[in-house]
Design a protein around this ligand. Sequence first.
Ligand SMILES: [Zn+2]
Length: 345
Amino acid sequence: MAPGVSPALLPGNTVWLRTVPCFTVRPGRQAKDSSAAWRRPLLAAAAGATFSGRPRAKLARAARGGDTKAPPEPRARGPRSERDVANDVVFGVVAVDLLFNHDRLDMEVGEAFRRSVYSPAWKRLRYYSDSTAPEARSPAKSWRLQDRTLERQFSLSCYYTEQAVQDLKIARMQDPLMPYMQRTSRGLLEEAGVQSTDDPVSNALIAWMAHSLTVPSGDAEWLRCRGRPWGYAVSKPEVSEWLLPVFVEHDRSSHAERMALLAVGQLVKSAGGKLHPDSPVKGTVSVYASHTPCISCMAVFCQFKQRLPGVKLYVCFDKWGETNRWIDEPKRLPEEEDSAEPDDA
Ligand SMILES: [Zn+2]
């Protein structure tokens, strides 16, 4: 790609154009044109080169204004361990997030990331959302989803997570209830005294969930909730028959999005329904997350689709930077009069 091609020309540019205005560079953190230093290791990573050291630390240093030292040259290709590959993938995810946040993600890097990170992960996510897969009809054999491809990265980055929810056809990023869900969730964060942090902390994150389900079992039962927030489980949840988490760096079984959807399963079962692709359960479930869902929560969304194909799942989320900015400046809370209420759902 020729230098200078606008990021707005990336595939999916409507998403790009919509989300870019959300990002601002904080005072004193002027973005320098250090993107070349980020692109090099990312493109080399896509080509299979191995890097030593901690990728997040290196890229964070670049984000603070760029390294004064030249970036390391890629080493020659040699025997590579799974850990080397995972390290490179994480390098790529952090780089894409940083480039995106500083409006420096261009088509060349975007395509390299799509080819080397997004596409392999997307194929696995698509498989876990397929109701005809054998796993959909057999009980879970482990407490977690063991998948080497998904276990390589904690996230697909903000931009490509939004791409993934669109590709999975579960995106509802313009949900009319979004301001209401934001207001409710942010109010709880304020009540809980959550402090502003550059990186999200799982136990301070919120998922908001609403559902309207019909469970035909004898007398059809209608289950409806106009919305309630869910937080991180205080203690490790019991092993579940579905919605297995992906272990990446740490146990993600307690994440708020998973807790919300596990509750839907409990409701369905208590109404006599089954968590099975042939289950006649129908309806809709909407989930909002106050941050970009991690790879484990993306896999959970997929398994929900797989086991309950008659239920339409809608997902929307804020990027952590947006929620964090609100924590810094609570006056940004959306005005009540501008917000739709759950009754309008
Ligand atoms: Zn998660």
